[in-house]
Ligand binder design. Sequence first.
Ligand SMILES: Cc1ncc(COP(=O)(O)O)c(C=O)c1O
Length: 493
Amino acid sequence: MPALFPLDRNAPSTLQQQVREHLVNAILNGFIAADRALPSCRNLAKNLNVARNTIVQVYDDLVSDGYLIARERRGYFVNPDLPAAQPAIPGTGHGSLPALDWTHRLKVSPGQQPNASLSHNWQRYRYPFVYSQLDSSLFPLDHWRKCWRDAVSVQAIKDWSSDRYDSDDPLLLEQLQRRILPGRGIQAHTDEILITVGSQQALYLLAQLLLDEKSCFGIEDPGYPSAAHIARLFGARVQSLAVDKEGLVINDRLSGCRAIYLTPSHQCPTTVTLPLERRQALLEQAELHDFLLIEDDYEMEMNFGSHPTPALKSMDNRGRVLYVGSLSKTLAPGLRLGFLVGPAPLIREARNLRQLMLRHPPLNNQRAVALFLSLGYHDTLVRKLAREFEQRARCLSDALQQHLPDCRASSIGGSSCWLTLPAGLDGTELKKRAADHGLLIISGDSYHIGAGLPTNTVKLGFSAIPLDRIEPGIRLLAEVKAELAKKQEKEGI
Ligand SMILES: Cc1ncc(COP(=O)(O)O)c(C=O)c1O
């Protein structure tokens, strides 16, 4: 039995949780012999340099959870009724046989697709101009904790603790129907709404339901690479569609597509808003050529610069627009809560498909979010984020004008800005050099769907970087850019 193991006193989890985790692992991996008593509370506490009560509490909890049994005057033992322990190290017991070759077994290799512009350790950077992450100081801690507590009331647990194959949390559906969707100009019945594990799952479900090897999937270029990756996974041909300073260009290239993915409210990545006339023209084209539109409204109401434009879905009276929404940009991307709105027959099959994948997104999460919406906390949060992001956007815009006057910024909307560097300057090289200085930016090529787009672009997110770091960050970026330009000039590039 490990009577000594490392405890991290700076970790977010408590010492009690860490001790429990170590013991449970040791028990489940078969590291504790059934016939030998665990160390006494006093000894273990002494070894680990923690309070005796900490160990007493852990042992008591493990007894009530069935991992341990207490034998009078002999101490604590592993419960012999636990299922047989798993081998601790995968692969033991296989002798010297070579490892399996997986290359020809896997039918798809999603890992082959270039992925994620995101750095997983972005918090370590002093100037994280990352996109799609939130500054944790903006998280509505007290409101969320309250909802989370209410979501584990006895009644709430009764509501969510059993599987719900064919529906979602009714309160959440009602809140989306009454609170979120009307704010985007959308009216939907509850059988036209499906809760998903983020918009990612909504896109995946749609691709699996709508695409095959014979399909052509249209997508803005530059655009959201995840959507293209998913379409390719189902064998679809990905058709890149031009984007200009007003968003998706409506031209002949749209006509052969079975479905077109677009981000009309804030084009991803350029942030521009698709004007009304183009939206109308697009719907007409969809009718004429019989294609579907997948509207990703990922930033929903985060539109502080002007009056929010209603969703494309609000103009759709034929059920051609399949609307994808997400709470990742307001509440937290880690929560993984999104939703899909479309005609009832499509939603029914999406629900059936979702059931085969994961039955449903966790209902305790659904209930906590439903409460968060119903108590008006989400509205409060959106207002707070809008104020905060507006300030950050203004600060970023001023800093760009002051320090990078030769770069062209898109209208700054939502939570990011798309920056065009002087011709010849490579965004990927700038990103690499910036990272060496503690500055995290995203190079524009991360959003290229096809080939041939210019590489002198970068995306600067401002949802994760605190206000007071924006100006110094851009000043530093200007220095790094100047260095790169000098080097290229010397090399005659
Ligand atoms: C275009 C776009 N759609 C959707 C999302 C959010 O996806 P999810 O709801 O899966 O977090 C993002 C996040 O960065 C995005 O950029």
